[in-house]
Design a protein around this ligand. Structure first.
Ligand code: FES
Length: 257
């Protein structure tokens, strides 16, 4: 973990309400792993740093951060211009892991859940794995653009209003792909994790599933305990022990997102 000053290279709206900022962070990029996050100081007046998933890395130098504008901090961040500097701390937390024996990786992204999964797809493809992405959104207007995905990602789309892909939730298309996967990775709302757990149970499958939890954070470095959750192995801090956990370890009913 390092605190660096990262220069903004570009910053634009990718979908309405969602921004993609691209920074030069060569001092930390080579140590970043998929599923980890950074925190960014959003202006002088806001005391807490905002946690953001590492969306992608490119050229061993550049960090891409995808975020939803959801308050003063992220609004401030969405207004930063080229050549301004951001105070970034990271990489933080524990990310996704890929078993050497796994060939087929199934990624499930609900809405902004694509944020950490694009980097996972990037790394998995570079290791020669097959990557299938189930990508969901409420409607086409807020669907993550496929052209942003790493080449070689097979993408299957579901939108709740049917404006693109299959009509319904992303978990409605899960059953046709679950058997293909050696490992499953998901990022999205809690209800999505509950549905994934239920479908796996119905199939009496023990297929390993890793999920990225997004909970309210304070310090982001394990000091304040505000992100603690109850797990089957005791209390865990999402910022330090996660944000990626085995689905089997998490007591979903106890998590407040
Ligand atoms: Fe402070 Fe996790 S956010 S311990």
């Amino acid at each position: 973990m390092k605190q660096v000053s990262a220069t903004v290279l570009s910053n634009h709206a990718l979908m309405p309400g969602y921004h993609l900022v691209h920074v030069d962070a060569s001092d930390i990029v080579t140590t970043c792993l998929p599923g980890q996050f950074i925190t960014v100081r959003c202006g002088e007046k806001l005391p807490l740093r905002r946690p953001l998933s590492i969306h992608k890395v490119t050229n061993s130098k550049y960090l891409h951060l995808l975020f939803k504008i959801a308050g003063k901090g992220t609004l401030w961040l969405s207004q930063r211009e080229k050549d301004e500097n951001l105070d970034i701390l990271g990489p933080l937390g524990n990310g996704f892991s890929i078993k050497p024996s796994s060939r087929n990786l199934l990624l499930i992204a609900g809405g902004i859940g694509i944020a950490p999964l694009a980097f996972l797809a990037q790394q998995a493809l570079s290791k020669g794995k097959s990557v299938k992405l189930l990508l969901g959104a409420s409607t086409k207007k807020v669907l993550y653009p496929q052209k942003q995905l790493p080449g070689g990602t097979e993408t299957i789309i579901a939108t709740e209003d049917g404006s693109e892909g299959t009509k319904g939730k992303v978990t409605d298309i899960l059953s046709s792909h679950i058997d293909w996967a050696d490992q499953i990775y998901a990022c999205g709302p809690l209800a999505m994790y509950k549905e994934i757990a239920s479908q796996r149970q119905q199939r009496q499958s023990r297929k390993p599933i890793q999920v990225s939890l997004e909970v309210r954070m304070g310090c982001g470095i394990g000091a304040c305990f505000s992100c603690s959750i109850k797990t089957k192995h005791g209390m865990k801090r999402v910022c330090l022990d996660g944000p990626v956990f085995d689905l089997d370890e998490v007591i979903l009913e106890e998590v407040k997102i």
